[in-house]
Design a binder for this molecule. Sequence first.
Ligand code: KIV
Length: 267
Amino acid sequence: MNLHRLMQMHASGEKISMLTAYDATFAALADRAGVDSLLVGDSLGMVSQGRDSTLSVSLEDVVYHTKCVAKGVQAAQNNACIISDLPFGSYQISKEQAMQSATALLQAGAHMVKLEGGGWTNEVVQFLTDRGVLVCAHLGLTPQTVFALGGYKVQGRDEQAALTLLNHATQLEQAGASMLVLEMVPVDLAQKVTSKLSKCATIGIGAGNVTSGQVLVMHDMLGAGIGKLPKFVRNFLIDQPGVEQAMRAYVTAVKDGTFPDNERHAW
Ligand code: KIV
């Protein structure tokens, strides 16, 4: 498994490509296309289940989709690092609850788990990483708290919010997080966080091309998103003959820094 390779890429400055995946076929195509990491995101609630938020996704749902993705990766080149989301309600009650939920995801085939939020999550991350669980954190727009945030909006715009996010990122790295998703934050804030962290790779989505890597929701980058797409999304299938080639084009664009284009989301 390739967390070691991901960390080497981070250390050497090679960008990390990540896509969401929810089933075996698309996971196998992504793995064959050279995508470094597959995120079994709780965005499955929206793209697979047709909900309008991620809040109704259960741990059992993520376990099921993780098993499907793991099968696909095994059937292909078996290179991609599988990260699975701890869904809302599966880690907020106690550190022990988080460990139980993480165990279910690892047993389903995940190599790492992802959780949202900063501050209160430090002790959860510390508890998990002390016990050998690899953790990806997630700051900025955290969809599990969309109602508290007042909608799907850019985060960290004012000075105080930016400072808080920077502090949270530093604390999460100290607690042992290996990766940190930064969703919909200004490019200069993503830059500050990325240069402040040394052991923890930042993965941007709507955060410019300054992060250690990028993630997109697979349906969006294949032009299969329904509803309004965020302006930072690019359709990689439009110039390609098939899905695997589109995913390969995404990997190439992330690696050579041509995706994303900072101009398209200068917020
Ligand atoms: O659930 C998900 O797909 C995510 C990504 C958008 C980062 O958290």
